[in-house]
Design a protein around this ligand. Sequence first.
Ligand code: GLA
Length: 744
Amino acid sequence: MKRTQFNISVSEDTFRIDTKNTSYMLGVRDGLFLGHFYYGPRIIEDDITYRSAFAPEGRISRTDREMVIFMDGFRFEYPGWGAGDSREGALKVQYEDGTTRVCPLFRGYEISSSKAPVPGLPSTYAAEGDVGTLRIDLADPDTDVEVSLFYSAFYEEDVIARRVEVRNGGDGKMVLQRVLSAAMDMPGRDMQGRPFELLTFHGTWAREFTRQIDPIPFGRIGVSSICGKTGNRAQSFLGIVSPGITQEEGEVYGLQFLYSGNFSSMVEKCPNEDIRVSVGIHPEEFSWVLMPGETFYAPEVVMTYSDHGLGRMSRSFHDLYRRHLIRGKYKEQKRPILINNWEATYFDFNTEKLLRIARQAKDCGIEMLVVDDGWFGKRNDDNTSLGDWTVNEEKLPGGLSVLSSKLKEIGLKLGVWFEPEMVSPDSDLYRAHPDWAIMIPGIEPSRSRNQLVLDVSREDVRDYLFSAVSDIIREADVAYVKWDMNRQLSDLYSAALPAERQGELLHRFVLGVYDLQERLLTAFPDLLLENCSSGGARFDPGMLYYSPQIWTSDDTDAYERIRIQEGAATLYPLSSLGAHVSICPNHVTGRNVPFMTRGHVALAGTFGYELDITKLSEEDLTEIKRQTVLFHRYNDLIRNGDYYRIASVRDNGAYDCYGVVSKDKSEMLLTFIHVINRPCTPNRFIHLKGLDGEKRYRVTWAEDPEEQPEVVAEAYGSTLMNAGLTIPCMNGDFRSVLYYIEEI
Ligand code: GLA
């Protein structure tokens, strides 16, 4: 008997979840064990239970003579702990007698036409009827641990969202010691028989999103964070890719974790060449007491598969995030062009200085002034006052509301920087509530930037922060908040948790951050939130649920940004990448890049400025006026279009090229950057991507006034994609050009 609903089919003991181009199959072996059968290109139907095994043939019972061999080789969908499977477990529970075995067995399933939000956590969403959800229930009959696995199919985007709930169905206390959100046992070779490789992104401050592809060795390999936030050392993303993966060719399984705290994204290659992929909250520094009847909700993982290279994976994630994760007023709106005073003034500013910047900015087409760090308490350097969210009237007489109304007269909105999760030991807040900081009583805590972390797992701390931040937003009519977070967590202890629950602190901290941001967005639905963490140290899909944009890196050097933004755009839509034009020599690298190129690179992001505009030459001011016009002309396309990576300076060492094509393939914006000049450099032939081969297009310089654009070429899409477009050689380093390609 076969039953199909909402792209989910059930036949015998097999479940199939279809998206436009992929199928995902799981099933039950001998009525007990939930196995992973298949994930790959769309298939119709057929019994493929044979794919579940590197395991003994024949019927398996729990008292089988060789049960351990079965447990150790079966392709599990959600492996437990301690029953003979020696690979990475997904679930480990400690009971009152100290034992930890858990073996979840199949119990039942349900299909629904909707996707419920996950309590307290970010998650993908869809309207009722737009997404099918398969729920599979498992239970360990010996211990009363109950597990529900949820799979929601985003058909158009080729994405499956997975998550897990664990319930204490018994009458004793349980302690969850690990609850990963997804696991998958799969063949270790691609369809051409080549061993899969691992794609990850590593980094550090000012060097986020560095791509790395390595062979997968036998044993365990992966990326993780145990610093209390996602961190810049690695994205939680895992890509299982064919060797030599390109933008168009090769297979890729991409998994992303919708979570902003500790993670573990691991791949384990087994002796039989199978690989087990597992993603979830890092089991280190995690435990959770589950009382009878209580449920634990693990964060969501989104997965996609592409047999058309990395490009399709990126576009699937971009569409998913733009349509089904990012929320609020700015989900579909152009964001105001901002100017941020950080690199312009650092801590040294006052109302007059800001207004001078604002007047000049307005004249150039900029729409919002963001007052960064230093407007509150006694904050003249980074040693003091975090937590004291009251205006420093020496710098800003009359407060931010006076600045705000003066900005309004000029015609600019006001944005404000906060770092709500932090407290300076030198602050009134700390002096009043030392127990609000995360630190172990009697031990001097490790400081970072001379600051400590507030225990936002506590409701009283969140209430204080909510009222402090919202008072400022209300009083000064703040249109935008930059929510920063500039250190990792250490010295873990919460004065509000009993000893047996201290292991819950890091997850409760993340839930607290989510709760605070949700409360703010509910109170101020028009607020534009930009998350930030020393640059991109908390750039993760969990944060995108609250803020449609995230500051990508403190490195604003356009050359570095080409690489950072290429890495970021592999996973995230351009509409979410915080990108600004800053001054040269660049404050981080000391490099000089032409003003025009800086603008072109920042246009492939949210776009804004971070410099003292009152000190620029007339020539640069004229360039800003041109850039702000370009932003308005092309931002709809950049925000909503399909992203195509055409050439990477990472590969060729000389030039970089990418484009954005509208969904109806009627227009494209192409960015070409001539990175390093060499003598006798030839003209480049760039093979465009994503156009309609049958359509005829006109290519113009994107910067020409719309009325009389100079025509560079007129050709069919097939010509531009196959024969290519000639980009004339440019003289000098870091030169760039934008082309606009429009259907005629
Ligand atoms: C972090 C941010 C910067 C800036 C400073 C202010 O480093 O990433 O953009 O806001 O803090 O202290």
